[in-house]
Write a protein that binds this ligand. Structure first.
Ligand SMILES: Nc1ncnc2c1ncn2[C@@H]1O[C@H](COP(=O)(O)OP(=O)(O)O)[C@@H](O)[C@H]1O
Ligand SMILES: [Mg+2]
Length: 353
């Protein structure tokens, strides 16, 4: 099951996660080939090769699939048919079925609860009757989310009064949604587990995530509350990774509550809250993902020291000069030419002591 160094790893998606995956793969002796619809993508700057093509372009996809030894992906919203077609030609890791579950908030929550793991209480919304029934069942405040395509707080609305429900659903385009009970958490956290082709699993330490406008602003690694919750976090992450049969990384976003951890959502890929591992752990999450999908032994996941990761969103990327003067700060910029409010342009990891 080992994909030997020297092979070419195909990466679907050309963002910063693909860029950092390609860098890790390169230092491990692999070539990389990016498939993305975006011209001049962050990943294309560092990959061995890039194909710019649409996810529906079967001819381009076939040529890509035939030219690589293994395929992985760096984001969730790839059409299911694209990965299924690639999986027919070459081994896709993790398997497309993993994305089928995790990209759809309703399927995801049903899957998690079926493993005996807690999520926010939820109900499906396909029409107004279901919407009213769901609000009645879960009470206010509650959060209405589209089942698909949401990220960084997009595709969700908080409902504070039952009378706002119809307007909230209209705001989301009256598409299939999931209504969630509002969790009054004391903090948000995440844990990343890696699972290799052999079934070996390793977890990184639990980290605390602080959001601004629903976008990750800062990660504190390890989390200040790690001693209380690490064991439960590891249990949750390993149970879900095994049940999903993930090969690669699985990031688990969590709410910390007085009754323990509640799962918010899953991502079967490197995660923004794991960027601290590049400098803060013996094995970065990107190297670990490549190790897992290529069948290597997994690397050490300890935290070498206390770290803080700060996202540089929109024009904040210009702060690079300020951070560059600090000896403990490691500046990462993603090579994006256009800065938009909230766009992830780079990050800084401060390694403390
Ligand atoms: N059920 C909930 N209760 C309380 N806060 C929530 C709930 N769902 C989401 N949030 C808040 O919104 C943020 C983004 O929601 P999330 O479901 O993680 O979507 P995204 O895909 O945009 O990250 C969460 O990190 C959390 O701060
Ligand atoms: Mg989230």
């Amino acid at each position: 099951m080992i994909t030997p160094p020297g092979s070419t790893i195909g990466i679907v998606g050309g963002g910063q996660l693909g860029r950092m995956l390609a860098r890790a793969a390169s230092h491990m002796g692999y070539k990389t080939h990016i498939y993305t619809p975006e011209k001049d993508s962050p990943a294309s700057h560092v990959a061995t090769k890039t194909t710019v093509g649409a996810y529906q372009d079967t001819a381009e996809l076939r040529a890509f699939g035939q030219s690589v030894d293994i395929v992985t992906f760096e984001f969730e919203n790839i059409p299911a048919e694209t990965l299924e077609m690639l999986d027919y030609l070459v081994s896709v890791r993790p398997k497309p079925g993993v994305l089928f579950t995790t990209r759809h908030r309703l399927r995801e929550k049903e899957f998690i609860t079926a493993q005996g793991i807690k999520t926010a209480p939820f109900a499906a919304v396909h029409n107004e009757t279901e919407l009213h029934a769901a609000v009645k069942k879960l009470g206010v405040p509650c959060v209405l989310k589209t089942t698909e395509l949401g990220y960084d707080g997009k595709g969700q609305v908080v409902i504070r009064e039952a009378s706002e429900a119809v307007k909230a659903w209209a705001q989301l385009g009256k598409t299939e949604c999931v209504l969630e009970g509002f969790i009054s958490f004391s903090a948000e956290a995440s844990v990343i587990v890696a699972r290799s082709t052999t079934g070996e699993m390793r977890c990184y330490p639990l980290v605390e995530n602080q959001h601004r406008d629903h976008i990750l602003h800062r990660t504190i690694a390890p989390a200040p509350f790690i001693d209380t919750y690490q064991e439960q976090a590891v249990h949750i992450a390993k149970t879900l990774a095994e049940a999903l049969d993930v090969v690669g990384l699985l990031a688990v976003e969590l709410f910390v509550t007085p009754d323990g951890l509640i799962v918010n959502e899953l991502a079967p890929r490197p995660h923004n809250s794991g960027h601290w591992t590049i400098e803060g752990s013996p094995t970065s999450q990107f190297e670990q993902h490549i190790r897992a999908i290529c069948g290597w032994a997994l690397g050490d996941t300890r935290a070498r020291s206390q770290c803080e990761m700060i996202n540089l969103l929109g024009d904040e990327w210009q702060q690079w000069e300020h951070y560059a003067k600090q000896p403990q700060a490691h500046v990462h910029l993603y090579g994006k030419t256009e800065s938009r409010p909230g766009r992830k342009m780079g990050h800084v990891t401060i390694v403390k002591g």
